[in-house]
Design a protein around this ligand. Sequence first.
Ligand code: AMP
Length: 441
Amino acid sequence: MSNPTNPLKAVRGTRDLLPPDSALWNHVEAIARSVFARYGFGEIRTPIFEDTQLFARGVGEETDIVSKEMYTWEDRARAQSEKAQSLTLRPENTAGVVRAYIEHKLGDSGQLQKLYYIGPQFRRERPQRGRYRQFWQIGVEVLGPTSSGAESPLRDAEILEMLATLLDELGVKGWQLALNSVGSSEDRKRYNAALREALAPIKHQMCEDNQRRAETNPLRVLDSKEPNDQALIDGLPKIADYLDDSSREHFAQVRAALDACGVAYTVNPRLVRGLDYYTRTTFEFTVPDGSGLGTQNALLGGGRYDGLSEMLGGPKAPGIGFAIGEDRLILTLQAQAEAAGGSAAEKKLDAYIAPMGVERNAAALALARELRRAGLSVEVGDGSFRLKKSFEAADRVARHIIILGEDEVKSGILTVKSFATGEQVKIASTEIASRFGTENQ
Ligand code: AMP
């Protein structure tokens, strides 16, 4: 039993998002929605928990996510008609989106599906700055039947270009795009075999995790951040040498389209990403050191997953997607704004109404109602406050203070002071909304 006098805390790896930070979250999401809309994306909202099998099949049993990080529980049957079922909090959203694509037969329209999502994901990782057990992702999936053009390298280049636009519109500075191709599943089979062969004589010199990966899924060794193993890993065969002509051509076309758009990138032959379903293009956007992420400098990742729908029992539906770590994006924006001497989230209200005496409280609320309905953001003080306290409170949250005394209520002529200029003027209450409105523009 927990001690009733001990206040409960948010669970390790989870956190509360509070104002004013939450305003930045809303801002980021609003910009993302606006950019996605311009590129023809529609929003999808899938359930936060799914059948465990979805992730086991879709993400891959051997991945860290499925093998050790999922929040899974046996969901008891509540009635005879129900069966107990193993359920899991979604650790990522691509599998859920592809399940929905299959379930709702979205491919039957023959159209390319361009979907985005914004929502929490759950992984039991070791919490640290930029790594949480509940974290948010803003993601996109483009998929459809082959005849819809879903396999085209143009789709890959378009979403990379969209990401560059999104990060620029958000004001993220110094982002870098790393790109690679992991080839078709056939290419990967051949490459895996080559890796396994190359690893066999050297794997005993590697860390335990890499020794295991060398056996079970050698591709994953390339993902390893183990400092002592880096030199050995750099000497391993490169996937680029195992791509067949069509994968090679596909990758060349992605790069050519990015070059034409002026989107800068570097090719990183070790970028294979942690999930089993990736084929061909894989990518990651990082931010420079000192952007607030510490060692977790990957802002987002994604890639093509041409066989995923079939792995989940659906029709052939090649696709490509990405997931931005929203927590990391916010940390980056905050750190970069701070480094530039500002604050990313500061936005003050238009006005603070200070009633002089509790008899003016009702009139203050009525005035606030009028101004708020006219579109202004307004806070109302309390008539029991002294003038000094009202000024202090107003200065903290608003750009103007409106003083509402007996005379003001009677005459409808209000005293308004601007904190920015120190100027104090008398304005008819009916004119305030239009006066502040022009200032806001
Ligand atoms: P993934 O789904 O693993 O490809 O991750 C995509 C992006 O989600 C990463 O680049 C991170 O920005 C973010 N991300 C993944 N795991 C976490 C986590 N535990 N906490 C915060 N962000 C995460």
